[in-house]
Design a protein around this ligand. Structure first.
Ligand SMILES: [Zn+2]
Length: 547
């Protein structure tokens, strides 16, 4: 693991044999010789015989190797943070949330006064009434500890009374720009904070030390490798804490402790923040052994589940509400122009059609002086609620779409209610996107969804919920080859790496994922149950089942 690069290039590499390697047109049965981190050769028995006897060998046991999965948008460090937090995923009621908080405080002997973070709750999973929970449900369980509990989407936070009090939030506190403080009938804050309002309480949490941050990176990266990911484009560089987050990641990389390659999406809030990041050496193109700087990420709206996604026509199930425009056009464009001028790619989080339109306008404005060409591959993240014509515009702009088919698993239950049937009918049109030639890449937005690429592929290919049931807009399904292409070549394109990632071919990086069965021929419903046997990055094993 610690071999210097020069020594590694001259090293004999490793032969992986007794496997099937997907080459884009079926499989090559046999062997792959990795050397210097790249694929030197692929072949059958003749290759295994030709490789010098001194080359170490790994028996793949007849496994089925695909180009390594590359998640084009997630929050890997937040996955690690969630592993240390109160786990509220799947909570069935406000009382269940409270019980989990109470148990966490007791089991961890948290002293009174210390603020605690949790995440994963979703009121749409509640049995019975699906109203948003409020602070009252938490106060008996945690009278003395501020609780900061992110909804699964990360766009709405539930706080208890202790948290509001500690942060000094009262009925007189105004809503910050791009954020909302929900209030009860008497005008008192009810504990729910939306988008930019979360900044009012975040300072209550103990700052994360570099050592703690590194441990979280490490834990999450190990989990990603176990899911077969060889790469991830992770959005963890933020204005508020990049000074801890980046050195923590670098320390792991220098120890050779990163089991996958990371491209860092940077969610900076202001031009000054972006300049400060660059001044510290993290300019476009900066990289380590297994990490590199990626695009600027603009947060343009919230989420559909929290009703903070920006819908131009308003919410069908909340009349008068349109969601949030988290970064108004002039501010977003100023930031985007600064990045673009420095050769930095720009991507925008856009879930509602209002935010999608804003990002398309930004991309058009950035590319106008170039005659509309999009050499920096500016793109749209999520791109969920789309009006007729928006995919055509995206295709015409040559913009990438970083989408999450697995979102349908939950969203199909709410999309028509939130947006109305007409807009729902043209949304999540990921098949249209592929057929129009939009460069589409797949991700999970973990921890919003599990890191698992196989569930995501299943959703793209079947448009069915994981629990079974009828497909949602089955005409938007794609073939298995198209879906895999989005997860590998599509993701590689999004990070300018299509010349060395996303395919198994000589000269490409030796990054691959070995499954127990053939993704292409198992019955559709078994795709989520395929097992990852091995994950190999740069010819080195980063995960082995049972190992
Ligand atoms: Zn995200």
């Amino acid at each position: 693991m610690n071999t210097p690069n020069a020594a590694r290039a001259a090293a004999p590499g490793r032969l992986f044999y007794n496997g099937h390697f997907y080459t884009g047109r079926g499989y090559t049965a046999g062997a792959l010789w990795a050397q210097g981190g790249r694929i030197r050769a692929l072949g059958g028995a003749e290759l295994a015989a030709a490789v010098p006897p001194g080359v170490p060998r790994t028996d793949l046991g007849g496994g089925w190797a695909l180009p390594g999965f590359n998640d084009s948008h997630l929050h890997l460090l937040d996955v690690g943070r969630g592993m240390d937090a109160i786990d509220l995923f799947g909570a069935r009621s406000p009382a269940d949330i409270a019980a989990r908080c109470r148990a966490f405080l007791r089991q961890n002997a948290v002293p009174p006064g210390r603020a605690v973070y949790g995440n994963g709750w979703n009121q749409d999973l509640f049995a019975g009434a699906r109203a948003l929970p409020t602070r009252e449900c938490l106060d008996a369980a945690a009278p003395d500890n501020p609780l900061l509990l992110d909804r699964v989407c990360g766009h709405i936070m539930l706080c208890n009374t202790a948290a509001l009090r500690a942060a000094g939030i009262t009925r007189h506190t105004p809503d910050p720009p791009g954020g909302g403080i929900d209030r009860g009938p008497g005008g008192e804050p009810n504990g729910l904070l939306r988008d930019n309002a979360v900044a009012l309480v975040r300072g209550l949490l103990e700052p994360e030390t570099q050592a703690v941050c590194a441990a979280r990176w490490r834990a999450a990266a190990a989990r990603a490798a176990a899911h077969g990911l060889t790469g991830a484009q992770t959005c963890d560089v933020r204005s508020r804490d990049w000074r801890t987050v980046l050195p923590a990641l670098q320390s792991l990389d220098e120890q050779g402790a990163l089991p996958l390659r990371l491209t860092l999406q940077c969610a900076m809030d202001t031009p000054d923040d972006l300049r400060a990041l660059w001044a510290a050496g993290y300019r476009p193109g900066a990289h380590g052994k297994r990490w590199k700087m990626g695009p600027l990420k603009l947060f343009l709206d919230g989420s559909l589940g929290a009703r903070t996604a920006w819908l131009r026509g308003g919410y069908a199930d909340a009349p008068g509400r349109h969601g949030l425009c988290c970064m108004p056009y002039p501010r977003a464009l100023e930031l985007a122009r600064l990045a673009d001028a420095a050769g930095m790619q720009v991507i925008g989080h856009a879930i509602g059609d209002g935010a999608v339109e804003e990002m398309l306008d930004i991309i058009a404005a950035l590319n106008a002086p170039r005659g509309g060409a999009n050499p920096l591959r500016h793109g749209v993240v999520h791109c969920q609620i789309t009006a007729p014509g928006q995919w055509a515009r995206l295709a015409a702009l040559g913009a990438g779409a970083l989408v999450q088919p697995i979102f349908l698993d939950y969203d199909h239950t709410i999309v028509a209610a939130r947006c109305g049937k007409t807009l729902a009918a043209t949304s999540y049109a990921f098949g249209t996107a592929v057929r129009r030639g939009v460069p589409v890449s797949y991700g999970t937005d973990a921890p919003v969804e599990s890191l698992d690429p196989l569930r995501n592929l299943y959703a793209a290919v079947t448009r069915r919920p994981l629990a079974g049931g009828a497909p949602w807009q089955p005409d938007q399904a794609v073939t298995r080859a198209q879906a895999l292409g989005c997860y590998t070549q599509g993701s590689a394109w999004q990070e300018f790496a299509e010349g060395e990632k996303g395919r198994l071919a000589p000269g490409y990086l030796a990054d691959f994922t070995v499954l127990d069965r053939d993704y292409f021929s198992v019955p559709e419903h078994e795709i989520p149950a395929l097992r990852v046997l091995r994950t190999v990055v740069g010819g080195e094993e980063s995960y082995a089942a049972g190992g």
